[in-house]
Design a binder for this molecule. Sequence first.
Ligand SMILES: [Zn+2]
Ligand SMILES: [Zn+2]
Length: 260
Amino acid sequence: MQIKVLGCSGAIAQHARTTSFLVDERILIDAGTGVGDLTVADMLRVEHIFLTHSHLDHVAALPLMIDTVAGGLQRPLVVHALPETIAALRAHIFNGTIWPDFSVIPSPEQPFLRFEPLAVGDVVSVCGHRVEALPAQHTVPAVGYAVDTPAGQWVFTGDTCRNPAFWERINRMPLAMLVIETAFSEREQALALHSQHLCPSLLAGELSWLDRTRHPDLPIGITHTKPAEHALIEQEVAALGLAQRHRLVWLEAGQVFDFN
Ligand SMILES: [Zn+2]
Ligand SMILES: [Zn+2]
């Protein structure tokens, strides 16, 4: 079982791609600009996409990807998301003005794209994997996800600020890896709180909720840093001593994690 980082950046720049993770070739978690590095054949293998929320950095490649694969699809590409996220995509992207409504093209009966609503706590079984929607605290309705692996759950916070319900849930899981966002540097803490993201001190606060007696050596991947602030965020996380307490991994596009 393999999870590949396609994008883990909070914005775009050369070599910086926005959020997307590929699970065993057939599932995408988010569809940020990292999807654009897949070949056409890779894209055609994707059957299910789980979106954390409607923000552009997490959905930007979805409309373009459907255009790429439409002609080769054997069945609709299934997009799983909160009802509010689906409503936002319908109203603001697949609205016939920004992009065609691929959920009724070429026909409403056999579309290229199918939306499947989910709720926090739902477990969806697809392609031999169980994917659970986890609570997130963001400026729009949002979720995180847990994906089962032979080594335990691979857990992704999605975009979030302080999130006690998330820790309450994941501390009861067998964990293989945690991926948590740290979008802003410390000098932008007010902006982090306003936009419902984390900065290093908020990250430290969140990680203090992790049950380390149950998960003493858990790899913790840091994601969603802004390219212009990445080095500063890394320094600030080091200054807080988090690398001494936790097994931190700074995510990069192209990284592959094997769980067996
Ligand atoms: Zn967001
Ligand atoms: Zn984001």
